[in-house]
Each structure stands twice: as C-alpha cells, then as structure tokens.
Ligand binder design. Structure first.
Ligand SMILES: [Zn+2]
Length: 96
C-alpha cells in the first residue's frame, strides 16, 4: 500500500485489536476512519492511529491489505482517499 508522506505521523498510543472501540472508555467510533490522526509504521506493519472523541485516548490497528473488503483495509482507504476527518477537517468541507 502506497501512502503519501503527508499522512505519516509518529507511532503513538497502544495496539487495539478492538479496532473501532476505544480501549479506555469503550466508545465506539463510527465511521472509524473519521477519527484517524494518520498512518504510522509499527513493528507489526502499517497502522492507522485513531483518537477517541470522548477521552482522547489514542490507539492503532494494522492494515490487512490482502482482502479488499476487509474492514481494516476499508478504514485505511477511506482515510487516505475519501477521508472526511473529524480532527483534520472539523467542518467536513475539505477532502484530504
Ligand atoms: Zn475513549
């Protein structure tokens, strides 16, 4: 997966197998890609970093790009190509 360097940020937060649900307060982000801060390189591969809108905890999950309809991959594509990002684009008017 080619990722524009403008989307790359430093690895932060903790790995969260729950993907969409905040590991701290349980808030379920939807759509998860709207709460992404950026993409980072982690020991387990390329990850998407999410920030909880309730408690501001950061977490990440890795990209599985072997299957187009895999939810993880979908979140990456949505963030990188079609993202309407709550944090970077709060008034939802600009495409990333
Ligand atoms: Zn939270």
């Amino acid at each position: 997966m080619k990722i524009d360097s403008k989307h790359k940020i430093s690895l932060t937060g903790e790995y969260n197998a729950g993907v969409s649900d905040c590991p701290e307060c349980g808030y379920s982000t939807s759509p998860t890609s709207a709460y992404a801060l950026g993409v980072a390189d982690a020991p387990n591969g390329t990850v998407l970093i999410i920030q909880c809108p309730e408690c501001f905890t950061k977490w990440y999950f890795h990209c599985r790009d072997t299957e187009f309809y895999d939810g993880h991959y979908h979140y990456f594509v949505t963030f990188l190509e079609y993202g309407i990002n709550h944090w970077l684009n709060p008034n939802m008017t600009e495409k990333l």
